[in-house]
Design a protein around this ligand. Structure first.
Ligand SMILES: C[S@@+](CC[C@H](N)C(=O)[O-])C[C@H]1O[C@@H](n2cnc3c(N)ncnc32)[C@H](O)[C@@H]1O
Length: 203
């Protein structure tokens, strides 16, 4: 970690807020802001969180779904346990069939909400990073097609690249409403955006 990166992080208001409010990551505020705007997650819902470590989004999802709901978090890295019993963590690669089968098993076949903050490890080579990102997004959409309930909701991180428009057009056929947004807590210099699909219409 460079000195300037550490300095920037320490002065970041969302980093400080996350420390004060005991959230696992500043990313928690992105999901809070997305949920405030789009009412993605409701009390009692099942939520599948792809790319969940260290667990900031799962933590917010657990607060919203309450004891009657369920959150399944998946990451290549270990997700530290939560005190809540209605959280299942999977350590693995969600692009593999083995992990996808595990997700299906743990969420009982279907979920009302799929959220993904997953990002590929970036190389700094723009074209390669865009390709890796679109590959991951395509897998998230494939998983949505398998596990989302009718009228379910999706929120996922995307990086704009050559296939971005095509991907949005595909989603518009599958959801009642599709919105793109950049929550205030997403760093301005980051090219990340969030795509929200509301009201899934299975094929
Ligand atoms: C920005 S972090 C997520 C932060 C999280 N939303 C939070 O609030 O704590 C992105 C995560 O995506 C995960 N990831 C990327 N590709 C993945 C894959 N194929 N399978 C599982 N996790 C993946 C990375 O390991 C990383 O932990």
């Amino acid at each position: 970690m460079s000195d300037s990166w550490q300095h920037e992080r320490k002065n970041d208001p969302y980093y400080k807020k996350a420390k004060q409010e005991d959230y696992r990551s500043r990313a928690s505020y992105k999901l809070k802001q997305l949920n405030k705007k789009f009412k993605l997650i409701k009390s009692g819902n099942t939520v599948v969180d792809l790319g969940a470590a260290p667990g900031g989004w799962s933590q917010v999802a657990l607060e919203i779904v309450g004891e009657e709901g369920l959150v399944v978090g998946v990451d290549l890295n270990r997700i530290r346990r939560f005190p809540e019993e209605n959280f299942y963590g999977i350590r693995g690669d969600f692009t593999t069939k083995e992990v996808q089968d595990k997700i299906i098993e743990l969420c009982g076949g279907k979920t009302q909400v799929l959220i993904s903050d997953a990002s590929p490890s970036l190389t700094g080579i723009k074209n390669l990073d865009q390709l890796r990102s679109i590959d991951l997004i395509n897998v998230v959409i494939e998983i949505a097609n398998i596990i989302l309930e009718e009228k379910g909701n999706l929120a996922m991180k995307v990086f704009q690249g050559p296939e971005y428009k095509q991907m949005l057009n595909q989603l518009k056929k599958q959801f009642r409403q599709v919105k793109t947004t950049k929550p205030p807590s997403s760093r301005k210099k980051s090219s990340e955006m969030y795509v929200v699909g509301l009201g899934f219409r299975p094929k």
